[in-house]
Design a protein around this ligand. Structure first.
Ligand SMILES: Nc1ncnc2c1ncn2[C@@H]1O[C@H](COP(=O)(O)OP(=O)(O)OP(=O)(O)O)[C@@H](O)[C@H]1O
Ligand SMILES: [Mg+2]
Length: 259
């Protein structure tokens, strides 16, 4: 049975979608069966794998409308990554976004039912959430086994983490007693910058063993993913960003087999 992991932070641009795509790709390259699920109606994840736009295939909204089954909306990501799949939201218009958010508002548990059906077929399922602590993020937290928080190495990032932790604790208390912490990931690190060193120290001091040892550096090759529409390991295995996500995948597999 796979692990269901939500990637969450109410702060935009911290690396949630990049982490879903690139970590998912690296775990799949290490022989894990990985599914990426897009809950963010802005479709950033689908863009990263070339699945955004009309007629690119059914998505989560079609399952929520009862016009497709969960298995119908699972798409392969890349011919060289045969163990990686994605469920896009398939939201094309503002009206569809409103419809999607209304369905989640009225029935948050529907996401849980879809994910529970998909769970047995994968080793890891990563859920990409929007930069808000609202219905899609709560729906994810109410269902998953654990959550992962990317923390951008910048001044005052700890303030962001406090709000995510508070929201997660509330969901744990109200809806999902099994909810655990998958880990905190430091992203966009610049080892030469004094503030990166300070953020890393502060985050490790406060969150201790919950922080992944791997640091994801700021790497322009990672920023190309939405344009190239494929994970970084598909076009530059030797880039610092690709190496970091491979190292992170190995760290996760080591920790998973050690427990
Ligand atoms: N380590 C990195 N180095 C350089 N650029 C990065 C890195 N990680 C992500 N980026 C780029 O930074 C931008 C924000 O990243 P991403 O979309 O993953 O963040 P996000 O948390 O999903 O944002 P949002 O909350 O808006 O969905 C993107 O353009 C992405 O390509
Ligand atoms: Mg995103």
């Amino acid at each position: 049975m796979g692990q269901l992991i939500a990637i969450v932070s109410q702060k935009g641009g911290v690396g949630k979608t990049s982490t879903a795509v690139n970590l998912g790709a690296c775990l799949s390259a290490l022989k894990q069966k990985v599914l990426l699920v897009e809950l963010d109606p802005q479709c950033g994840l689908a863009k990263c794998v070339g699945l955004d736009g009309p007629n690119k295939g059914a998505g989560l909204i079609d399952v929520l409308r009862d016009s497709a089954s969960p298995a119908d909306v699972v798409h392969p990501v890349h011919p060289r990554l045969p163990r990686l799949w994605v469920v896009p939201t398939n939201i094309q218009t503002m009206a569809e976004e409103t419809e999607y958010l209304t369905i989640l508002h009225n029935n948050m548990a529907v996401v849980g039912r879809v994910l529970t059906q998909l769970k047995p077929s994968y080793d890891f399922i990563f859920i990409d959430t929007p930069p808000r602590l609202d219905n899609p993020t709560y729906a994810a937290l109410a269902t998953v086994d654990s959550y992962m928080v990317p923390i951008q190495c910048e001044y005052a990032s700890m303030g962001t983490v406090g709000r995510v932790l508070k929201a997660a604790l509330e969901v744990k208390r109200l809806y999902n007693a099994k909810l655990g912490i998958f880990g905190f990931l430091l992203t966009m690190a610049d080892k030469k910058a004094g503030f990166t060193v300070r953020v890393v120290q502060e985050v490790r001091q406060y969150l201790k063993h919950h922080v992944f040892r791997t640091l994801v550096p700021r790497d322009p090759r990672l920023a190309e993913v939405p344009f190239r529409q494929e994970p970084v390991i598909a076009y530059d295995m030797q880039s610092p960003g690709a190496k970091a996500y491979i190292q992170l995948a190995r760290e996760i597999l080591r920790d998973t087999t050690a427990t």
